[in-house]
Design a protein around this ligand. Structure first.
Ligand code: GLN
Length: 244
């Protein structure tokens, strides 16, 4: 990649409340995979009460119902801005609880319904059973096609309209344990139940998101030079198909 002093800006939404199961590892992976290629990263941690400004990529992690409740109110205040960011091509990645708030609502098992910001046409209702364990997903847009991670949620997410799943569940439960699908995508908004954290062991997806963020910022496709992902791929492959 010729010297262009490329940069992406990342907003980390409410990590003091939603950051379960090492979700911060996703930010570290995005930043490192940029820096290893000479792409600079502007990182902003967004807290309750902070005003939002334009970013190329927004990340939000997972958490318990209680933390989701506090974040939901804050996210909802920024719904119009974040919707315009989505329509402007910004990339979003939400993990589990954060993913659930990208939809229209999350109805906990007991407690008030949490309004989401409808970045995607989906909704979540808590089930009686908690889904906990390793997950393998087969996508049709990554090479290798698999995504691996760990799920821990009682929420059952249902996709509608033009919001499509990230892929088919090969191991685990995924969105709702019924339709055999995991995660969601609408425009450049991605959600998944895969904690772990997700991106360190799914380098192809990390690069896919970085390329989308670069395209949003520079309005052209910029192909990332390959990295030596030997260790990452070895880790990824050791988890493909692993149930326990
Ligand atoms: N509280 C939500 C659920 O139980 C999300 C959990 C999470 O983020 N791991 O479904």
């Amino acid at each position: 990649m010729e010297e262009r002093n490329l940069k992406i800006s990342i907003a980390h939404l409410y990590p003091k409340l939603l950051n379960l199961y090492g979700d911060m590892g996703n930010i570290i992976t995005l930043a490192k995979r940029c820096q290893w290629r000479g792409i600079s990263v502007e990182y902003d941690e967004i807290g309750i009460g902070d005003s939002l400004k334009e970013h190329d990529l927004y990340f939000i992690g997972g958490g318990q119902d209680r933390q989701q409740q506090e974040v939901a109110g804050e996210l909802y205040k920024n719904k119009d801005f974040l919707t315009s960011e989505r329509d402007n091509g910004a990339v979003f990645l939400g993990i589990c609880g954060g993913y659930q708030l990208f939809g229209h609502y999350y109805q906990p098992f007991d407690g008030e319904k949490l309004l989401g910001i409808s970045l995607m046409d989906a909704y979540t209702v808590a089930g009686k059973k908690r889904f906990i364990g390793n997950v393998t997903v087969e996508t049709d847009f990554l090479t290798p096609p698999t995504l691996v991670g760990f799920e821990n949620h009682s929420g059952l997410t249902y996709l509608q309209g033009d919001t499509k799943p990230l892929g088919k569940v090969k191991v685990g439960n995924g969105n709702n344990g019924k339709d055999g699908m995991e995660g969601a995508r609408y425009k450049n908004v991605f959600g998944t139940y895969l904690h772990g954290s997700l991106l360190p062991k799914n380098p192809a997806f990390a690069d896919y998101l970085i390329e989308l963020a670069l395209e949003k910022r520079y309005r052209e496709k910029i192909e990332l030079p390959k990295l030596d992902d030997g260790l990452e791929i070895k880790t990824h492959n050791s988890l493909v198909g692993k149930a326990y």
